[in-house]
Write a protein that binds this ligand. Structure first.
Ligand SMILES: Cc1ncc(COP(=O)(O)O)c(C=O)c1O
Length: 408
């Protein structure tokens, strides 16, 4: 399955930009993706023709805006194969989705002495909220370790899923190692012991097909901005029965059914978890992004990224002093983190920028994982639908130059 790459690239206006005289080579997609004109146009025309606040107005454009917002929810339901719109909550992004679970589910269900199981490859977004909850409640965090290849070491899973474990919260794809975790198998093991599972799908939703019913996760969180959509909107999927038993996250307008001076009752799902004015135009943009991804096909996108990451890993081996982290290309989503001996990752990124090449340098919000790898920082190149082998070549050439300059 090959993508019609030139046609795709034409949809992304920013790819025509020159940086310091060079064509822009955008390889920081794991941080955030670029936006096709279909997304930009959808938001622009929504603001120009249909914009109003939603759910309240009885006039035409308010009804149109409500319809646009709710049809975005339906697009998400279809995209992740949820059972109904009641299971899809709009949030500001993955971080907020996970924090929603921490407050609305965790406060009620985690008690002193309980354990929350995470993995050693979590992004801070799926680590810090649980640290805060554990501290508040007197609970304990445990971690599924990684092996030398950057895969989860599942030999210890059975022991780690103890009678005290009340939640397993883990990433589907690592934003640093690239590892795609065998989530279906892990969820089945957790469920066999009655333990619910939250998946951080920030790096999965943009790159691989998701079927929440098939994998049977209990919670799933992702962000629009990494999957061609705008910033300021994301999704929390949760099984309806869990959401029904959770208290609201934020209080305010929209999430209520009735309000008295002293007390209130809550709106039906999903409104119960959507307090205040939502990111309306952003939902319109997210729907356009989902339609764009679906028009290409998630399987084709995954194949394309795997071929780029395989090629990149091959070519990185040509560069003296490069050390890569994570499993073989076949087990990855489209990213590779590495170090260049003797050159600080920030210097690598700064020199690549002189050639118009955008890569990320730092700890990528996985400080404990970096420390476990014996690093403070690494360089990460991450790919998406619009990247090409020619861009990988430009990146490798510039990296070889960098290595040469620092060797002198
Ligand atoms: C694996 C993972 N989880 C969570 C996040 C946080 O996403 P956001 O900043 O959109 O909330 C990221 C973003 O880099 C990520 O890669």
């Amino acid at each position: 399955m090959t993508l019609q790459i030139e046609k795709i690239r034409n949809d992304f206006p920013i790819l025509k930009r020159k940086i310091k005289g060079h064509s822009l080579v955008y390889l920081d997609n794991a941080a955030s993706s670029q936006k096709p004109k279909q997304v930009l146009d959808a938001m622009h025309s929504f603001y120009q023709a249909n914009y109003a606040n939603i759910h309240r107005g009885v006039y035409t454009i308010a009804e149109e805006a409500t319809e646009a917002f709710e049809s975005a929810r339906e697009a998400v339901v279809k995209f992740i194969h949820a059972k109904s719109i009641r299971e899809v909550i709009f949030t500001r992004g993955t971080t907020e989705s996970i924090n929603l679970v921490r407050f609305a589910w965790g406060t009620k269900n985690i008690q002193s002495g309980d354990e929350i199981l995470l993995t050693e490859m979590e992004h801070h977004s799926n680590l810090v909220p649980w640290q805060m909850l554990a501290k508040e409640k007197g609970a304990k965090l445990k971690f599924i370790p990684i092996d030398a290849q950057g895969r989860l070491d599942l030999n210890k899973l059975d022991d780690l899923l103890s009678p005290k474990t009340k939640l397993l919260a883990m990433t589907w794809c690592s934003n640093t190692l690239g590892t795609i975790n065998p989530v279906e198998k892990i969820i089945a093991a957790a469920h066999a012991k009655g333990i619910p599972v939250l998946l951080d799908a920030a790096q999965a939703a943009p790159h691989i097909a998701i079927d929440v019913q098939k994998i049977d996760c209990d919670f799933l969180a992702f962000s629009s901005h990494k999957m061609l959509g705008p910033t300021g909107i994301g999704v929390l999927y949760a099984k309806e029965a869990l959401l029904e038993n959770m208290d609201p996250f934020l209080g305010g307008g929209e999430m209520i059914k009735t309000v008295e001076w002293e007390s209130s009752t809550w709106n039906d799902l999903p409104g119960k978890f959507e307090a205040g004015t939502q990111s309306i135009a952003e939902a319109v943009g997210l729907k356009a992004a989902i339609e764009y991804l679906e028009s290409i096909g998630m399987e084709a996108i995954h194949q394309h990224e795997q071929s780029l990451v395989r090629y990149t890993m091959e070519r990185l081996r040509e560069v003296e002093g490069v050390k890569m982290f994570g499993p073989p290309a076949e087990e990855r989503c489209g990213l590779v983190a590495f170090t260049l001996n003797g050159v600080h990752p920030h210097d690598v990124a700064a020199i690549l920028d002189r050639n118009g090449i955008c890569v990320r340098a730092g700890h990528h919000c996985t400080q404990p994982l970096h420390r476990k790898l014996g690093l403070e920082a690494s360089v990460r190149a991450s790919f998406y639908v619009y990247n090409t082998k020619e861009e990988v070549d430009l990146f490798i050439d510039a990296l070889k130059e960098t290595a040469k300059v620092f060797k002198q």
